[in-house]
Design a protein. Sequence first.
Length: 298
Amino acid sequence: MRVGELARRTGTTVRALRYYEAAGLVVPRRQSNGYREYAPIAVDLVRQIRELTALGLSVEETRPFVESLADGREADVCAAAVATYRSAISGLQERIGRLTAQRDSLHERLDAAAGRLPAAPGRPSADPGELVGLTVPSLEFFATDGRLIDLGALGPGRSVVFVYPLTGRPGVDLPDSALNIPGARSSTEQASWFRDHHAELRSAGAARVFGLSAQSTGYQRELVHRLRLPYPLLPDPRMALAAALGVPTFGAGDMVLYRRLTLVIRDGVIEHVFHPIPAPAMHALDVMQWLARRPPGP
């Protein structure tokens, strides 16, 4: 077949086929009139190159696979192919690590910059009981799993949002201003209990579960990774939830933090507020029991 037909059958370009030829991967026969003539196997060779490069391999790294096909063997049944797979996976892991570090650094800078902006005017701090019945406006947060979550449009069913002051990192002391916060060190245990009972909460009627605090994305991502949380956390360094609904906060030295409470949101309206929470480590059980006593959401 001619080069134009091969390009059409494989969904590639003539220029790419010229490149594969120069690399010695897909080499046509030259006819007496100078035209290139490709054997039928060329279709499989080109498709193999395109599939592998789409997975991140370079054109040169496809050589052992192409040579195996050309010799009539399975493309990935050879030592060189296995070594190439391993090398490509290792390279991807390194790139993922670098990109993750870059993303977290950017999130840290974003959170720091947002924290220096003047807070949006909003409701004064409310008594937690006064939050029941309020409609949740559009409030968007970039969750730790990368999704953009709008608390005002969470979808059908009941959503559980547990709000906590802060968590620490292993080997890193809490700020002096946080040491005297009652229960400050309990947030990790609370997150763990929501993790351990996540499936039961869902079975009891929670369509989704989130944790929310005023801490930066970096702190939250570390917690999600360390505890292997099955639900995302929402960073709110600008206290948007407090500004929009009056969710209560308190000062701790140079910090402003959320008071510990849990919101149950249904159809965009706050249906219930858990406050106070005397035993954060076991709070997930209280939420589960409350859900179990209610009729299922739509």
